[in-house]
Design a protein around this ligand. Structure first.
Ligand code: FAD
Length: 432
């Protein structure tokens, strides 16, 4: 008899809700990971950086489990197929996992829970990747917040040490199922290759958090923590990070709350995946010029701060937040290209890609999201560059040909783009 802990976006063995609850039951626990065909078959790049990240972290977990006399079991299958195989090998009693709020994940978990229940196997899911989920933070009238500031106020009011307690998994590791050591299958066998990626260690830099409010907006400075990839894959515990934010810098805490705000929006308003949060914005007549889109993707728009951001993304899988806002605003408002095109491009390229934050960020930038930037406020990319990259240090780092004749002429002047944008948005938003 075994209990199963199913890892997904929680790739760590410490302070981990599902693993803790599974181990405490006393029945030996097997830890599994499924390379989900439904997800992987959608990735068209065999060099997708996220696969290298996941694989590296799974190898680390496997080494930790092997040292404890167990081993990580992996499957390359659909989740249903994986559980069928698992149940042929083991007498599974219960399955433990951490909640994921994305529509695909919710549907997947419902199906797996129903399938297991038919066989008399219980499926337990836990909150782990956020401090507050689902209905925990609601307006006094019981409806979800759609504006960040009152949400964050309520979030802070509700916070107490109970919500920040770590799960002491280490006390119960003796309850792991003893298994012969098994190496992971090579990444090539599931259709991907290991590539060079760079990301910081799981421990955030105290100095960066303490000075966060000063340097967070300057892409040439090392002023943000780059914890997004770790939060995305759960290689760091949100409880540990929030404790640090509380101790070191409230401004940093506010950003972690933005993350939870967008997770909450996705949970309550799943239509945002395909539609504007505010339906009237779905009437915008996007120009969707494919050539302009291609130039934006490649970082060849002739607008240096935009091009620097896009080149950083293409080369590293990361883009600074200020540049995500500038490039997204430029695509949607200056080029009048549907935010969903840009969102999909970021989704392919970002190592920290997260549906809730990416969708939230794009809808915010396009003006169509909850609590979004008003549509008539367009970022002027040149002014943004002067303000946040005053010596053009970041631009020069990424756009080597800047200032030479090899650098492309701008796709459109800001003045012209602004006028066109305001007219187009106004047409969509006038009462019909
Ligand atoms: P820090 O500044 O050190 O912030 C710490 C953490 O707070 C981040 O790791 C992140 O988890 C959270 N955070 C910070 N800003 C935001 C924000 N605006 N919204 C939500 N969470 C935030 N973030 C993602 O994690 N995945 C995405 O796919 C993503 N796509 C985005 C797309 C657009 C168009 C925009 C405008 C923003 C997007 N963001 C996304 C939010 C933000 O840009 C990144 O979280 C941040 O740049 C990551 O770098 P960092 O870890 O150094 O952040």
């Amino acid at each position: 008899k075994v209990n199963v802990c199913w890892l997904r976006r929680d790739l760590r063995l410490h302070d981990q809700a599902a693993l803790y609850h599974a181990l405490r039951k006393g029945i030996p626990v097997i830890v599994i990971f499924i390379f989900d065909r439904h997800i992987l078959d959608e990735l068209d790049d065999p060099q997708d950086r996220r696969m290298t990240f996941i694989y590296t972290k799974l190898e680390k977990i496997n080494q930790q489990l092997i040292a404890l006399g167990s081993s990580l079991l992996t499957f390359h299958d659909t989740p249903l197929g994986a559980f069928q195989k698992l149940m042929q090998q083991f007498d599974v009693q219960e399955v433990y996992t951490n909640r994921d709020y994305e529509p695909y994940a919710r549907k997947r978990d419902q199906q797996i829970a129903a399938f297991l229940q038919e066989k008399g196997i219980a499926f337990h899911d836990f909150k782990d990747q956020v401090i507050f989920d689902r209905d925990e933070i609601l307006k006094p009238d019981g409806t979800p917040y759609t504006v960040y500031t009152p949400y964050s106020k309520q979030w802070k009011q509700k916070l107490n040490t109970f919500y920040l307690q770590s799960y002491p998994v280490e006390k119960y590791l003796g309850n792991l199922f003893q298994l012969p050591a098994q190496p992971l299958p090579p990444l090539e066998s599931i259709g991907f290759q290991l590539v060079q990626i760079s990301f910081p260690p799981e421990e955030p830099d105290e100095n960066i958090i303490r000075h966060y409010h000063l340097w967070r907006d300057y892409p040439a400075k090392n002023g943000t923590t780059k914890m997004s990839v770790h939060l995305r894959f759960g290689t760091i515990s949100i409880r540990e990070l929030v404790k640090k934010a509380l101790a070191w810098n409230e401004k940093y805490l506010n950003e972690l709350i933005w993350r939870e705000f967008y997770q909450m929006i996705l949970w309550h308003f799943p239509h945002v995946v395909h539609q504007c949060f505010k339906p009237e914005y779905d009437r915008i007549e996007w120009l969707n010029d494919e050539e302009a889109f291609r130039r934006w993707c490649e970082g060849r728009t002739g607008c240096p701060i935009v091009d620097a951001g896009m080149r950083q993304l293409n080369a590293t899988g990361y883009m600074h937040n200020r540049l995500r806002m500038i490039t997204a605003s430029y695509l949607t408002k200056n080029l009048l290209i549907d935010w969903r095109w840009g969102e999909a491009y970021f989704a392919k390229k970002l190592l920290d890609y997260d549906l809730a934050s990416n969708n939230g960020g794009w809808q915010w930038s396009a003006g169509c999201g909850c609590d979004a930037a008003p549509y008539f406020r367009l970022f002027n990319p040149d002014l943004q560059a002067q303000r946040f990259d005053p010596d053009y240090q970041f631009i020069k780092q990424w756009v080597l040909e800047y200032g030479s004749s090899a650098y492309p002429a701008p796709l459109i002047s800001h003045q012209e783009a602004r006028k066109r944008c305001l007219e187009t948005y106004a047409r969509a938003l006038q009462d019909k």
